[in-house]
Design a protein around this ligand. Structure first.
Ligand SMILES: Cc1cc2nc3c(=O)[nH]c(=O)nc-3n(C[C@H](O)[C@H](O)[C@H](O)COP(=O)(O)OP(=O)(O)OC[C@H]3O[C@@H](n4cnc5c(N)ncnc54)[C@H](O)[C@@H]3O)c2cc1C
Length: 248
């Protein structure tokens, strides 16, 4: 159930030139309960006093199904002239924001019994999958495979790339495809792909009988990947979507 609370910024770092990783703690010291894949909302006011809110997926690794974490990590991609961007880009460690959550059902369901998980993201849309890593690790026990197909313009915008590469090295059932739409890596790696996520997704030959897909991030990418997967025969309930639309 969603709760309202204040979040204090404990730590932050830049993940990319315009993406800030922010680690918050609840100001009341309580732990935060969420299911990986869920998001929270940050509440604030426009300059004219009108209340508004924005959504951010929780990136924290550590919560099991319905478990709790001490820190709420998010990755905020700066939007030119954005109201929440202005608030969050200028927030200093120790300062607080109003928030509520968790929300959303973009989660790996207990009932998921599929053999392959196609996880697709662009930009900060990769954060729910970071939170899901402990659950994804467990899928190996029942022989399931996971392919994370992640689109970025270039290597500086590949968020948490080394963490996913490291996870892939340790877990053979997990493959990480980095898809670069503008510039390839200075030193390309085996699973790098040129172009948008659809290139790697097609190469993976989506299979209606065994696959479930999760799509997160840019709404255009989500729509195009949805069309591709539907065309491949995946039933709509097996194509889970989270679009990062501006929520004003
Ligand atoms: C469920 C959900 C989860 C989300 N999770 C994240 C997350 O983890 N990280 C994250 O950074 N964002 C996330 N978003 C998007 C986030 O909620 C805000 O929309 C985003 O941060 C922009 O807010 P803003 O107030 O800075 O810009 P706004 O003041 O809302 O917008 C300013 C201007 O920029 C345009 N604009 C808004 N968003 C974009 C964009 N993405 N690209 C280009 N132009 C844009 C608007 O149309 C407007 O013209 C999520 C959205 C949803 C619905």
């Amino acid at each position: 159930m969603a709760d309202h609370f204040q979040l204090r910024l404990a730590e932050s770092r830049m993940l990319a030139p315009a993406v800030r990783h922010m680690a918050f703690e609840r100001a009341d010291g309580a732990p935060f309960a969420f299911v990986p894949g869920q998001f929270l909302q940050v509440h604030f006011h426009y300059a004219d006093g009108k209340p508004t809110k924005r959504s951010y997926s929780v990136a924290t690794i550590g919560a099991g199904d319905g478990g709790t974490v001490a820190r709420i990590e998010i990755a905020v991609s700066y939007v030119d002239g954005g109201a929440a961007t202005n608030l969050l880009a200028n927030l200093r460690e120790g300062e607080t924001v109003d928030a509520s959550g968790p929300y959303g059902r973009f989660c790996l369901m207990d009932a998921d019994a599929n053999r392959r998980y196609l996880l697709v993201a662009t930009g900060t849309g990769v954060t729910p999958y970071r939170a899901m890593l402990p659950q994804l690790e467990k899928l190996a026990a029942r022989g399931a495979e996971v392919a994370l197909v992640y689109g970025a313009r270039n290597e500086t915008e590949l968020l948490y790339g080394e963490e996913f590469e490291d996870f892939a090295r340790k877990h053979p059932h997990f493959q990480f495809y980095a898809c670069f739409s503008r510039a390839t890596r200075a030193q390309p790696r085996a699973h790098d792909r040129d172009g948008r996520v659809h290139v790697a997704l097609q190469e993976l030959k989506p299979d209606a009988a065994h696959d479930i897909a999760y799509l997160c991030g840019n709404p255009d990418m989500v729509d195009q990947a949805f069309a591709l997967l539907k065309e491949a025969g995946l039933p709509v309930p097996h194509i889970r979507r989270e679009k990062y639309v501006s929520s004003r």
